[in-house]
Design a binder for this molecule. Structure first.
Ligand SMILES: Nc1ncnc2c1ncn2[C@@H]1O[C@H](COP(=O)(O)OP(=O)(O)O)[C@@H](O)[C@H]1O
Ligand SMILES: [Mg+2]
Length: 252
């Protein structure tokens, strides 16, 4: 089906994601009313984003972008954590095609590893500048991959928030419409302008020296790792079971 949602264009001939009758995204509550779905999706995702701000997912590479999407949308969409299988364009600009994801993920991994190498032996303002510049590149690389059918904006900002946390920074990008931050954020992503985006990020960062320490693993991250097909097979074969606190235990 061809669905033009404002300036968005989705190609989903097999109704993989949308319900043929309502045109709405299939969801885990079987909601068929657009207003109800917006409300449900917004309340669930906001609660999860808030939880992730307190207990971030540690981002080592692109797989943790999938984990972050899973954590935000696990109670809303069946495709939480899964790269999309359909084509999306916005205002005529094509995002990556699914077959291009592998290469895009390699680029994202390279940017994340560069981010991890930011020197902490320079003045704090230089550290903050380096963090802002690299996060702008990372957000734009994730945005132009747009690897999810829905929720790319929230996921890319949550990933950036988790990465900022690693260096002891709180990142709060205010994307309420009509704010100048939103307009600059939008210009930075839609026009792929890393300088504008870096300045928005710089203004949205607050340093908390006591946060500059190792982050404990988020329990959802542990669980999502379990969902990888090999481990899932072992669980199905009864070789492992998941205990109440989500740790894997050998059943023998
Ligand atoms: N014309 C555009 N070109 C490039 N990126 C865009 C454009 N319009 C919006 N975006 C980006 O896409 C994000 C929204 O993607 P979407 O998948 O709907 O995520 P969410 O539902 O979390 O907002 C925005 O936050 C913005 O960064
Ligand atoms: Mg959206």
């Amino acid at each position: 089906m061809e669905n033009t949602n404002r300036h968005y264009f989705f190609l989903d001939e097999d109704y993989k994601y949308t319900d043929q009758k309502t045109g709405l995204l299939r969801n885990l509550r079987n909601i068929t009313n657009a207003v109800d779905l917006v409300f449900f999706e917004h309340s669930k995702s906001s609660a999860q984003i808030e939880m992730l701000e307190k207990n971030p997912i540690s981002v080592a590479n692109h797989k943790d972008i999938l984990t972050t999407h899973y954590a935000i949308f696990k109670d809303v969409y069946p495709f939480a954590g899964q790269p999309r299988e359909v084509i999306i364009q916005k205002q005529g600009t094509p995002f990556a095609k699914p077959e291009e994801f592998e290469d895009r993920f390699k680029l994202i991994d390279k940017l994340i590893s560069e981010y991890k190498k930011i020197s902490l032996t320079q003045p704090e303002l230089k550290i903050k500048l380096a963090i802002s510049e690299k996060l702008a590149e990372i957000i734009n690389a994730i945005n132009w991959t747009h690897c999810f059918r829905e929720g790319n904006g929230r996921t890319q900002r949550t990933v950036a928030t988790s990465l900022a946390f690693e260096y002891g920074y709180e990142l709060q990008i205010n994307v309420d419409k009509d704010t100048s931050t939103y307009q600059r954020y939008f210009a930075g992503t839609a026009e792929k302008d890393n300088d504008i985006l870096a300045s928005v990020i710089y203004d949205s960062l607050t340093f908390h020296p006591s946060l500059r320490k190792t982050i404990p693993e988020n329990p959802i991250q542990k669980y999502f790792k379990l969902l990888n097909p090999k481990k899932l097979m072992l669980i199905l074969k009864g070789k492992f079971f998941i205990s109440k606190n989500s740790s894997i235990t050998n059943s023998k």
